[in-house]
Structures are given as C-alpha cells and as structure tokens.
Design a protein around this ligand. Structure first.
Ligand code: SAH
Length: 303
C-alpha cells in the first residue's frame, strides 16, 4: 500500500516490528543513524543540540562564555541538573550533548544490543585507561566515528552519572522510571552515586530524538503528558523533540515506513500532537548542515 495514499488508512507503528528492525542494525553510531554515522552528521547534530539548549537554558553553561548569565540564581547554580534521553540507542545524545550540560542523565532504550552497548561504553568510561577496544561496538562494526571512542564526560571522576533503563516509550513513565520493573528494567548506573536515590526526582530536560515515530498518535500524546508531569520545574523545564519532518501542503500528514514500522510526521502533525498533549511550543528551529536529500530535521522545545 502506498504510504500516504489516504491518511485515514495509514497503519499504526507495530512496537515489536520496530524493535525487531533496530535489533538487526549494528550497535554503533552508524547503526542508529541509518548509515550517517561516519561523516559530519553526528558532529553537526550534537553542536546544533548543544546550541539550542544553551540558548534556551543559558544557566546550563558551566564555563565562562558569552551565553552564560552573569548572575545565576543560587538555587539554580548549586543543584544537580537532570536530563532524560529516550529512545537513546547506543547513548550518542547522552555522550555528545547531555553529559556536556547536565549532572545526571537517565538513558532509556528498549533494544538489547543498543542499551547494552551504551552500558558498556558507560562502564568503560569509568576507567578510561582500559583498552580502547572497550568502547568499540560489540558486534564487530569496523568503521567507527571518532566521537564513539571518547570516554564519557564526568564519569571517570564521578562528577556526573548515567543510569541505564531498558524500556519502550509506550511503557515508560519518566516521573517513576522504575515503578514497573517488568516493563522498565534498571540495568545499572555509572559515575556519581547520590547519597539518596534520585531516580524519581524528575527532569530539567526530556530529550526525544529520532525515536518518536515508533509511537502512534495516542501513545505519543500519552507519553508527552507523562513527560510534562515529570518536569521538575514546570515553568523552566523543557521537552525537546528533534525529529524528521515529511512534507505537507497546509494539512497535517504522516508517512508510514514499513522497514522500521514507524511514522514520519509533518510539522503540522507534530504540532497537533503537542497541542493534544497540552504542551506549549516555546521555540522551534530547523537543524542546518545536514545532507540535502534527508527529511528536514526540526527541533521543538515544549513545556
Ligand atoms: N536517539 C538516538 C537513537 C536513534 S535510532 C540517537 O539519536 O542517536 C532510533 C531509536 O529508537 C533506536 O535506538 C530504537 O531502538 C529506538 N526505538 C524503537 N522503538 C522504540 C520504542 N517503542 N520506544 C523507545 N525507543 C524505541
């Protein structure tokens, strides 16, 4: 069936088929980026994401710079900051974006080989003197993006932490990540260990990148609502959606991709889901610098 023959007849993503597809891909940047892991894309992507976060939450910038406010309120300056990375793959966004700006990251990913690869890299980062091999993908990928072999920031010195959870977004509640152990399995934590368990302490930013197409509209809206309820400070926290957008002509539209059983939504289709979830669009921007023939990638910041 033609994917957009009629929007009413679009199939819903099938969670099992999606996971099966991803489980057949290499556990590497190239695998999670559909073959774009070894060029400039990972670097351009991470830079665009970090710039967006520093623009919207300048207090996250911890080194002297033009974006850092001169006076950060003490309660903001002295607390640990927390980010959630969902549909996180092998931990690319955690490593190259979030650990540069936040104290504690919780990484959620359903596919065994991906979440275990992320955990392996996190553990290897605790001891950066361990063999370089420890950073390489387990399943023998030969071409490695150089970003993939850098130890994760703040893990060896235990100033930062990453907690690894295996779950689908359909099953995951960001406000209570470990509430249902059969559905969301906590696999481990690397780096900083807090004196009191902090897993239920909500987030400053929920980052969703290249994974929300695995959810149908109802599941997506429900996930957004749970994410909104998991923002620590409802007036400052942000949900960031960084996703492909398909074309449209004045109406919301989506394209179904058989290969990974996912939906690519148009700009208006994303915005319809945001509105239905009670989210307010704070900022939107198209990621520049990606190859022209790819779907345009948009970043939406919401709360
Ligand atoms: N966000 C990461 C990975 C993108 S690849 C990055 O930008 O590098 C897409 C990811 O979505 C894969 O890791 C895949 O396993 C994950 N995914 C697929 N179905 C999912 C679901 N139902 N819930 C959560 N994640 C899912």
């Amino acid at each position: 069936m033609s994917s957009d023959a009629g929007q009413d007849s679009l199939p819903d993503p099938d969670v099992g088929k999606g996971i099966q597809y991803w489980a057949s891909q290499p556990a590497s940047y190239d695998g999670v980026l559909g073959g774009f892991g070894n060029g400039s894309l990972p670097r351009v992507d991470a830079l665009g994401s970090r710039q967006l976060l520093m623009h919207l939450l300048p207090e996250l910038c911890t080194v002297p710079s033009a974006v850092r406010p001169l006076h950060v309120p003490e309660d903001l300056a002295n607390r640990r900051t927390r980010a959630l990375d969902v549909g996180a793959g092998v931990g690319r966004v955690t490593a190259d974006v979030l650990l540069h700006l936040f104290s504690d990251v919780v990484l959620v990913e359903p596919v065994d080989i991906f979440v275990n690869q992320a955990l392996r890299r996190g553990k290897a980062s605790e001891d950066p003197s361990s063999a370089d091999k420890a950073y390489l993908p387990a399943n023998g990928a030969t071409e490695i993006n150089d970003l993939e072999v850098v130890p994760w920031k703040g893990i060896a010195d235990k100033s930062k932490s990453v907690t690894f959870i295996q779950a689908t977004l359909q099953d995951f509640d960001p406000a209570h990540p470990a509430a249902v152990p059969e559905k969301a399995k906590v696999l481990g934590r690397v780096g900083y260990i807090p004196p009191v368990d902090d897993l239920d302490s909500k987030f400053d930013v929920v980052w969703c990148q290249w994974c929300l197409g695995a959810l149908n509209d109802a599941d997506l809206v429900a996930f957004f609502r749970r994410s909104k309820a998991a923002l620590r400070d409802p007036a400052r926290g942000l949900i960031v959606v960084k996703e492909n957008t398909c074309s449209e002509e004045g109406f919301p539209r989506a394209v179904f991709d058989e290969s990974d059983s996912s939906l690519t939504r148009s700009d208006l289709a994303w915005k319809e889901c945001f509105t239905n979830a009670g989210l307010k669009l704070i900022y939107e921007q198209t990621q520049g610098g990606f190859p022209e023939h790819l779907y345009p990638v948009k970043m939406y910041a919401l709360r």
